[in-house]
Ligand binder design. Structure first.
Ligand code: SF4
Ligand SMILES: [Zn+2]
Length: 535
């Protein structure tokens, strides 16, 4: 924002504006992050030119002051504002707010979008510091607005800017009061604690009763240089290239361009399973849930995917019927599809996040299931499976640490429970099971997790290690260290991977962490790649 301010208000050339902004950061910026700033500003200015063309003759000028809606009562002051860039036409009748995102547009109907539009329509320009002054002084308004626009600019994608809202103020105020205000009231009222990715940046985390503790979970020594957040995705990216893991931590990666068939298939199957296992009845999946795609009824899939997508994933889901976790003669309780987990390892000062595909209790014992699709059965078992899929190793450590128990577990106590890997292919499905209370399984799992976390935990430089994997790195469009790549297949440490389909074609010997990391990056949805600007 500082660099764009210099360009839009100071008439400074972009390169100089970026150099100034980068030199003023509190700590030296990673060279790749500095390159991202330049790339992001260029993307923004390109989008601005596109928006100008689209507005045909209406010239918008930037405004320095954000708008706020301020409310006061005898007991409190409150303000509503939104973060982004502000524009207005010369006669004041057109107001535009531009929100930035990395790679995905938000929904026009989302309460946050309506709230932003309401601030543009009903707000006045702040004369003081928005996040400091309360109440805040406001500039008088020159003329009433007639047209309100909320536009979104993607900084990490070639997609055009998205006009989310373009409407008169009264229409916006009505929509805000009906659909967004109730959400805002709930937010202000607060609620119960819901641990997740944001815990890593929350100042209350050391003493928060809602965030489970698992001392020694990562198996690293010391507390590192600062509080950090770690997931298996962090570990895998670090294995490929420490710089890429750093960019993920800064939430700059966004989404890869163009998903391959393996990723699209995985997303559709996971969506279907999440809905099927989330039914209030907790009933097992059955053939009735998977009608013939030619019948004109695609059942649960109707809201989730096209008929063509359903046709392609139905064989995998038919395989799932043989191993549905809810189809069990034992007592199945506490079914939670895709819960977000956050756990604090106080020894390492790290918040560890994980997204199991399904948690359930079977006769009271916790069972953690991961689900995968593959074009053919995976011929792995035991320690090799834990190494190839490190999320299973982390799952074993989480179960053994007792983070799924409702009562506090004493340190150094190992809790029983199972971890499962379900692999669905077009012709069959199979489940591999790991017992978290088995000392050998637990020792292997701990060694794998520590192997992924150790170097990362003490790294402060995050040097780039370019290689063939740059071909699938979301940072490649701006990373200054990117290797030149080409070819459809990647061969890394004995593993042969088809980049276009996302399939592992061949595994020679035990794959290295790096090969396993690349296979996962190519074939798994990038759920862990958050957007720096989403809220
Ligand atoms: S493009 Fe290559 S060098 Fe750059 S961050 Fe990605 S993997 Fe690392
Ligand atoms: Zn099922």
């Amino acid at each position: 924002m500082a660099a764009l301010d210099s360009v839009e208000f100071g008439e400074v050339e972009l390169e100089e504006a970026v150099a100034r902004a980068v030199s003023r950061t509190r700590s030296p910026l990673h060279a790749g992050a500095a390159a991202w700033v330049q790339h992001a500003c260029l993307s923004y200015l390109k989008a601005s030119a596109e928006l100008e063309r689209e507005l045909k003759g209406i010239e918008l000028r930037p405004e320095r002051s954000p708008r706020v809606v301020q409310g006061t009562s005898p007991v409190e002051h409150r303000i509503l504002t939104t973060w982004g860039r502000w524009y207005v036409s010369a006669d004041g009748t057109v107001r535009e707010f531009r929100r930035v995102r990395i790679s995905r547009h938000s929904e026009a109907e989302a309460p946050s979008t309506l709230a932003a539009a309401f601030v543009v329509a009903a707000g006045r320009r702040a004369a003081g510091k928005v996040y400091r002054d309360l109440p805040i002084e406001l500039f008088p308004e020159d003329s009433p607005a007639e047209r309100i626009r909320v536009v979104e600019v993607l900084l990490g994608s070639d997609a055009s800017p998205g006009v989310l809202i373009d409407a008169p103020p009264d229409e916006i105020e009505r929509a805000y009061r009906e659909r967004a205000r109730p959400v805002a009231i709930d937010l202000v009222a607060g609620g119960s604690q819901l641990p997740g990715r944001d815990c890593g940046e929350c100042k209350l985390r050391p003493g928060c009763g809602g965030l489970p503790r698992a001392p020694g979970l990562l198996g690293v020594s010391g507390r590192g240089t600062h509080p950090r957040t770690w997931s298996v995705t962090t570990g895998r990216l670090y294995e490929l290239c420490p710089a890429q893991a750093h960019f993920q931590d800064l939430r700059l990666l966004g989404r890869r361009d163009g998903d391959n068939p393996a990723i699209r298939r995985g997303v559709a199957v996971h969506e279907w399973l999440r809905v099927a296992h989330g039914r209030p009845s907790a009933k097992a999946c059955s053939l009735d849930d998977l009608p013939d795609p030619d019948s004109g009824d695609i059942g649960l899939a109707d809201d989730l995917m096209t008929v063509a997508e359903y046709r392609s994933v139905r064989p995998f889901l038919l395989g799932h019927l043989q191993v549905c976790p809810l189809d069990d003669p034992a007592l199945v309780t506490g079914v939670r599809p895709e819960p977000m987990m956050a756990v604090r390892d106080p020894d390492a000062d790290v918040v560890v996040v994980a997204e199991p595909d399904l948690i359930r209790r079977v006769d009271g014992q916790v069972v953690y299931r991961e689900q995968k699709t593959a074009s053919r059965p995976l011929e792995v078992s035991g320690a090799e499976a834990l190494r190839r899929f490190p999320q299973l190793a982390l799952a074993v450590c989480l179960v053994a640490a007792g983070v799924f128990e409702s009562t506090t577990v004493a340190e150094d106590t190992t809790i029983g429970g199972l971890v499962e890997l379900e692999v669905m292919t077009p012709v069959s499905a199979a489940v591999l099971t790991f017992d978290a209370s088995d000392p050998e399984v637990l020792a292997t799992a701990r060694e794998i997790v520590a192997g992924y976390a150790r170097e990362w935990h003490r790294d402060t430089e995050f040097r780039a290690t370019p290689g063939d994997w740059c071909a699938v790195c979301p940072a490649a469009r701006w990373c200054p260290d990117k290797a030149s790549t080409g070819g459809r297949t990647l061969v890394v440490d004995g593993m042969v991977i088809d980049v276009e389909t996302g399939e592992v074609l061949e595994v020679r010997g035990t794959p290295s962490n790096r090969a396993a990391a690349l296979a996962a990056e190519v074939s798994e949805p990038d759920a862990g790649h958050d957007d720096a600007f989403s809220y």
